[in-house]
Design a protein around this ligand. Structure first.
Ligand code: GDP
Ligand code: MG
Length: 177
């Protein structure tokens, strides 16, 4: 009585990984709360946010984990990856090094996660096109070779953020249903 909580059909854990400052936390803030901040805020410990949505008339709760600064110390633990059915592999398209590190992050992810995990490669900050350091072709080629979905996003301008998560969530749903 008086309890309006929804019935959740599925909970999908998704992890955000990639170098520090590529925009992981802002991508999550944009998707979960439609917020964005230009201030880089260091957070301590593992954090996740949830967003509940409907896919194919089922209520799906996306539980999205953010590394919260651990990426600086290469201390992402196996607990972080445990149970993840989706992953967003994020680089900053104005920082070549953050893209070059994607292979390492992918290796780490594949070493820890379920083999059916759905992975999206994300080139973030596409609003800063004049500072681009990663040609879209390089990322497309890497994504094809490694069998990843790929999108360029802007958390600032809200470009493709929703699309990226929905693509991953729908694919996970397809696999498990
Ligand atoms: P994280 O360390 O990967 O979590 O990165 P943050 O989310 O903290 O973002 C790092 C910095 O990049 C912050 O100053 C953000 O405001 C900025 N940032 C994040 N996403 C974007 C984006 O899409 N465009 C631009 N121009 N800046 C962004
Ligand atoms: Mg962060």
């Amino acid at each position: 009585y008086g309890n309006f909580s929804q019935n959740i059909d599925y909970v999908f854990k998704i992890v955000l990984i990639g170098d520090s400052a590529v925009g992981k936390s802002q991508i999550l803030a944009r998707f979960a709360r439609n917020e964005f901040s230009l201030e880089a805020k260091a957070t301590i410990g593992v954090e996740f946010q949830t967003k509940t949505l409907v896919i194919d008339q089922k209520t799906v709760k996306a539980q999205i984990w953010d590394t919260a600064g651990q990426e600086r110390y290469r201390a992402v633990t196996s607990a972080y990856y445990r149970g993840a059915v989706g992953a967003m592999l994020v680089y900053d398209l104005t920082k070549r090094q953050s893209f070059d590190h994607m292979a390492r992050w992918l290796e780490e992810l594949r070493g820890h996660a379920d083999k059916n995990i759905v992975i999206m490669l994300i080139g973030n900050k596409c609003d800063l096109g004049s500072l681009r350091a990663v040609p879209i072709e390089d990322a497309q080629e890497f994504a094809e070779r490694e069998n990843l979905y790929f999108m360029e996003t802007s958390a600032l301008e809200s470009t493709n953020v929703e699309d990226a998560f929905m693509t991953v969530l729908k694919e996970i749903y397809k696999i498990i249903s």
